[in-house]
Design a protein around this ligand. Structure first.
Ligand SMILES: [Zn+2]
Length: 154
């Protein structure tokens, strides 16, 4: 960050608690702790099966949970509903916060919601080619256990 987001002045380097930070005369400090925010949705149907999607493109074939980056100006819930709809064609209800993960190596915070599957049908889209349902008794391939363990309370 070069300029203060509060007043627009040029930020100056400054030693603060043994850490070099950029500071403004108005008091604003750039702590260099920015992260991108991504949402993940673990969504269940009435039979307690959960939704995963098969990805297209760069990660072709990988099975994961619907989700993606929050756009500026969106609430986290709006981002979760939008991403879920884009990747599955379905609406979701009863969105509830499940867990939050911090990945500094990726400069990423994952916000994981649980939800109930609403109305819809799969829509052709650029990110996924299939919506899959799994139960905790019938989990997908072993390769996905790590991601499932992170986002589902098994
Ligand atoms: Zn300022």
């Amino acid at each position: 960050m070069k300029f203060c987001p509060d007043c627009g002045s040029l930020l100056k380097e400054h030693l603060e608690n043994k850490q070099v930070v950029k500071k403004c005369n108005c008091g604003f400090i750039d702590w260099d702790n920015w992260v991108n925010v991504a949402v993940v949705v673990t969504c269940y149907n009435s039979k307690n099966e959960f939704v995963m999607v098969r990805l297209k493109g760069n990660e072709n074939g990988k099975v994961t949970f619907p989700g993606g980056y929050r756009d500026l100006g969106e609430t986290l819930e709006e981002a979760a509903k939008r991403e879920f709809f884009e990747e599955t064609g379905y609406a979701i209800d009863n969105l509830s916060l499940f867990k939050v993960y911090t990945r500094d190596d990726l400069r990423l915070v994952w916000v994981v919601f649980t939800a109930q599957l609403g109305c819809g049908e799969f829509i052709e889209n650029s990110e996924t080619d299939e919506m899959l349902l799994f139960s905790k008794q019938n989990l997908p391939r072993i390769a996905y256990f790590k991601i499932i363990a992170r986002f589902i309370s098994v």
